[in-house]
Design a protein around this ligand. Structure first.
Ligand code: PEP
Ligand code: MN
Length: 339
């Protein structure tokens, strides 16, 4: 923690800041320059608001030099986290893991067709929402437990991991029965009660970045899960809301290498929600892999024009197949493999 005092700050103002830092538990080192006094607070406290210091009289600027998250930070596990899943799948290792499927589970027939397509193309996981967070209460809300059952059956038949969204605490036991990875959607990234409960379970969590969340906020949300003892957290960049209207969201590719640098947790890219447009999914998927993503989460539908949700951003099976072929060329160029 560095506190730069204003030029000409009075001694009693400097003393007041020193006392404040000491009260927070910092050891304070003072440097008096020709123009300015700099106070360096050394200590392990993370749980304070730097604005409290910025508001003290005589303070010019305050900088944190340590991150406010401990368990999610790269220094906690410099070698990186590798999550071990059924079928020998590892997320965060050398292999790029692709999980694909429809936005929502709509019917047994569609899901089985989709599962076959994505498995044949090389995906390792089957995605599909059984509980859907929809902007409108009148839109399809998902098939619920029936959808999860279908997901599990299709996953088992085609040797795919199953990933599906958990929207609230009461759904956790049901999810534990049917899925391999629980997804926390963008809208729930800061549902702190849900995150705390997910810290108590022992199944991997895929945590999506909120639509208006900073990278630090995403890491602090991961910290909620990790601090409960569940260390198997996967981060997911799925686009953020900006002033740009051409795309549904702005896919923040730079978040991928930034997260890899700041955290030891695996990072996936979701170019489907990241763009909202089928024609942009493949370019952003390629960019995600080139930028260092450990995997991809993508929407693929046997007949996207008839999809009940997110059809416009769902790939046709042939497009997905072609994309997987391209990723097999890109992955080795960045020192990775892909199934
Ligand atoms: C989804 O994966 O279908 C979904 C709703 O994602 P997000 O939370 O990123 O909008
Ligand atoms: Mn979707």
């Amino acid at each position: 923690m560095i506190v730069a005092m204003q030029e000409g700050a009075k001694d009693d103002q400097i003393q007041h800041v020193v006392e404040h830092l000491v009260k927070l538990g910092f050891a304070v080192h003072r440097t008096t320059g020709v123009l300015q006094t700099i106070l360096a607070g050394v200590g392990a406290r993370h749980d304070f608001d730097i604005r409290d210091l910025e508001m003290l009289p005589g303070v010019q600027e305050v900088y944190r030099v340590t991150a406010p998250y401990k368990l999610a930070g790269r220094s906690f596990r410099p070698e990186g986290t590798v999550i071990h899943l059924p079928h020998g799948v590892k997320i965060g290792g050398n292999e790029i893991v692709v999980m694909a499927g429809p936005c929502s589970v709509e019917s047994r027939e569609n899901l089985f067709r989709d599962a076959e397509v994505v498995a044949k193309a090389g995906a390792k996981g089957l995605r599909g929402g059984a509980f859907k967070p929809r902007s409108s209460p009148y839109s399809f809300q998902g098939m619920g437990e029936e959808g999860l059952k279908i997901m599990r059956e299709a996953g088992d038949k085609f040797g795919l991991l199953v990933i599906s969204e958990v929207m609230e605490i009461s759904q956790i036991p049901l999810m534990m029965t049917y899925v391999d990875i629980l997804q926390v959607g963008a809208r729930n990234m800061q549902n702190f009660n849900l995150l705390r409960e997910l810290g108590k379970i022992r199944k991997p969590i895929l945590l999506k970045r909120g639509i208006a969340a900073t990278i630090e906020e995403l890491l602090l949300s991961a910290e909620y899960i990790l601090s409960g003892g569940n260390y198997d957290v996967i981060l997911c960049e799925r686009g953020i809301r900006t002033f740009e209207t051409y795309t549904r969201n702005t896919m923040d590719i730079s978040a991928i290498p930034i997260l890899k640098k700041l955290s030891h947790l695996p990072v996936l890219g979701d170019p489907s929600h990241g763009t909202g447009r089928r024609d942009l999914v493949a370019p952003m998927a390629r960019a995600s892999v080139a930028a260092g993503a450990d995997g991809l989460l993508m929407e693929v539908h046997p007949n996207p024009d008839k999809a009940v949700s997110d059809g416009a951003q769902s790939l046709f099976p042939a497009q997905f197949d072609e994309l997987m072929k391209q990723l097999r060329i890109i992955a080795p160029a960045v020192g990775r493999t892909i199934g």
